[in-house]
Design a protein around this ligand. Structure first.
Ligand code: CA
Length: 238
């Protein structure tokens, strides 16, 4: 995979587990990415500052510092996509990392197709933001669903869909972040604003409403997926 200048995207892997690092390097290089590695947080920070990568794969459990510390420091000055690698059972850490600005997460163990899909989505999203299109008139089209944010028009199942203001705001946020997992807290902040952080049932209610209007089978959604204990992910459907 190449970036907008036609050179291979640089992926920095910050992970202390050697077999895991080897697995990531092999999978990514095989796909045409350039890979650099760091086994510790400090080393990783030095590499980020010396040669900013296009994407970071960050393990949360590092020997010299918490991966979260690396994430917070990076986010002080950079919007480089960060995918967090978390162990099973670290649900809280994962959510916190997403709230602190991580783009996505992979729960170990994961397979090559899942890794490559997440990396592709994160790089595409970051390229869109760099091109200044992140907040612009995005258009989403997949199967029977079309969302035209410029024209404020949504069609699904062969007909125009009428959404309430809040439903539309929520859907627009999902479309702008297609492929990315959005936490409950992020959704509450962005759609409902300050003072609503504790109204955790809002996203659930409104996602259910959107599913009824957009999904062929609301009980088995294709576009608006639940990320158990974390939030939701809007996908292109399969
Ligand atoms: Ca580790």
């Amino acid at each position: 995979m190449t970036n907008d200048q036609g050179v291979p995207s640089n992926v920095l892997v910050i992970e202390d587990d050697v077999p895991m690092r080897r697995f990531l390097r092999a999978a990514l290089e095989n796909e045409g990415y350039r890979v650099t590695e760091a086994g510790k947080a400090r080393e990783g920070m030095t590499m980020i500052l010396g040669h900013p990568p296009d994407l970071i794969l960050l393990d949360l459990g590092l020997p010299d510092a918490d991966g979260m510390t690396v994430l917070r420091r990076v986010r002080e000055w950079s919007q480089v996509p960060v995918l967090v690698l978390s162990a099973r059972g670290q649900e809280y850490d994962k959510v916190e990392a997403l709230n602190e600005g991580a783009d996505d997460y992979l729960t170990k163990p994961f397979g090559v197709p899942e890794l490559l899909a997440r990396v592709r989505v994160a790089l595409r999203h970051s390229a869109r933001i760099k091109a200044g299109a992140g907040e612009g008139a995005a258009r989403f089209e997949s199967g029977d669903l079309t969302v035209d944010l410029g024209a404020r028009r949504v069609t699904a199942k062969g007909a125009d869909v009428h959404l309430t203001r809040t439903e539309y705001r929520l859907l627009a946020l999902f479309v702008r972040n297609a492929g990315k997992v959005l936490t409950h807290r992020y959704l509450l902040q962005e759609v409902w604003g300050p003072g609503c952080e504790l109204q955790t049932h809002y996203p659930r209610m409104y996602v259910a409403a959107l599913r009824r209007k957009l999904e062929e089978d609301p009980a088995d959604p294709k576009y608006l997926l639940t990320e158990q204990g974390v939030g939701y992910r809007f996908t292109e459907g399969t």
